[in-house]
Design a protein around this ligand. Structure first.
Ligand SMILES: Cc1cc2nc3c(=O)[nH]c(=O)nc-3n(C[C@H](O)[C@H](O)[C@H](O)COP(=O)(O)O)c2cc1C
Length: 393
């Protein structure tokens, strides 16, 4: 099932109330949103303040990751933590160079570093250099970063406190509430210490419209490739029993439908969900993006540089935590950059890169992550997480 086109089907879903079987409601977790073992990591992440470096991993696994693949593995001692990318946990043709999975690793590093400061460690991160290549045929854990820990000051921050409240919000935003200039200013400074990364922000209608159109067209083209669709489908979790078993992937609760539509969608059989998704309105995705008053682009000096991906992921996690702390919501919208990878992998002319460079007005920076932010109409729900015993080596 297409991730984005499914998410656009909210209006249609509400028409299908009569189609859902109430008998399925209990089975499908309609009355158990955010409950069960798959959601425990959001609640127990600070439960044991004396467990040392393991507490940092509990924060790291609450980070964002593409399609909620949670590609991370950790080796933990009292004086260092190594972070490995599990290359098997990928979305296939949607991310042919694992660029986004490396960004997800960056998100985990950011949470880990915030938790280290809050737990009284002075933490130093070393990003392992390298160039991205095709997905290895045989997956094996790949070291991407190491964090060294010594005793330091306890430093809790608003970003650290926001960790359990940060959720990707795919619902519509309230376009009538402008974003405070102080927030835009704070966001624009998030990458100021990075030599190889920049954050570009757009609030003007014309700029946002241009980006939304590029993204919407990229979304349609990208998902017309059955291989991309297949790579994405692997991580769509429809059954509540699968959500609780695998504790990863994209769930109906996280699709951003209004609460009643979510409940109805959860009672539908798969064929009906597919049908509802296929009936989504034209330009629905562009409309959704434009309901948010701010669009951002994180760009780096080289999109296929491993350390740059990790840096960009850290910046997104920080940006999303800052938004959460200040009452705003955010959502990545990465189809245009995914199309850059897709064109490259297929040996096609680099059309999207040119379009995004026009938007930035600067060819020295290569976009690697797009997002939008605003005030949400509905609160986002949490997504499932694997427990730390499944990710600690
Ligand atoms: C590199 C990266 C790319 C992502 N791209 C998209 C995207 O294009 N659209 C979207 O709705 N979510 C996107 N996400 C959000 C993930 O799907 C989300 O982080 C994951 O499902 C976990 O949910 P959470 O962020 O609510 O914890 C992306 C996340 C990362 C880290």
């Amino acid at each position: 099932m297409k991730r984005r086109s499914f998410l656009k089907g909210a209006g249609i879903v509400t028409v299908l109330v009569a189609g859902g079987g109430v008998w399925r409601a209990y089975d499908q977790g309609v009355f158990s949103v955010g409950k069960g073992p798959a959601y425990e990591p959001w609640r127990d992440w600070r439960s044991n303040p004396n467990e040392g470096a393991l507490a940092l991993v509990r924060a790291a696994i609450l980070a964002a990751s593409p399609h909620n693949t949670q590609p991370w593995l950790f080796k933990v001692t009292n004086s260092w933590i190594e972070l490995y990318l599990d290359t098997d946990r990928n979305v296939g043709a949607l991310d042919p160079y694992l660029r986004e999975e490396h960004l997800g690793m960056g998100c985990a590093i950011e949470n880990l570093m915030l938790a280290a400061a809050a737990s009284g460690y002075l933490a130093t991160v070393t990003l392992i250099p390298g160039k991205l290549g095709p997905i290895p045929a045989e997956g094996k854990p790949k070291l991407v970063a190491r964090v060294d820990l010594v005793a330091g000051k306890h430093e809790e921050s608003e970003l650290y406190d926001a960790i359990p409240r940060r959720h990707t919000n795919r619902g519509a935003y309230n376009s009538q509430i402008p974003i405070p200039p102080q927030f835009v200013d704070a966001l624009s400074r998030l990458a100021s210490e990075e030599a190889d990364a920049r954050i570009f922000l757009f609030t003007a209608d014309g700029d946002r419209k241009k980006i939304a159109e590029i993204s919407s067209a990229a979304n349609t083209e990208l998902y017309s490739d059955p291989e991309v669709e297949g790579g994405s489908d692997r991580w769509i979790r429809i059954k509540w029993s699968s959500v609780q078993k695998y504790r990863d992937g994209l769930t109906i609760d996280a699709f951003g439908l209004p609460p009643i539509a979510t409940a109805v969608a959860k009672t539908m059989p798969l064929w009906m969900l597919r049908w509802a998704a296929s009936r989504s309105t034209a330009n629905g995705y562009a409309h959704l993006m434009l309901s948010a008053p701010l669009i951002g682009i994180i760009a780096v000096s080289d999109r296929y540089d491993q350390a740059n991906c990790l840096r960009a992921g850290r910046i997104w996690q920080r940006a999303h935590l800052l938004a959460t702390a200040r009452g705003l919501a955010g959502r990545p919208c990465n189809e245009a950059v995914e199309m850059i990878d897709h064109e490259r992998a297929q040996g096609k002319p680099a059309q999207r890169a040119g379009l995004l460079a026009e938007v930035l007005g600067d060819t020295t920076w290569q976009p690697t992550f797009l997002f939008y932010m605003g005030y949400p109409i509905w609160a986002a729900r949490s997504s499932p997480r694997r427990s730390i015993d499944r990710v600690v080596l």
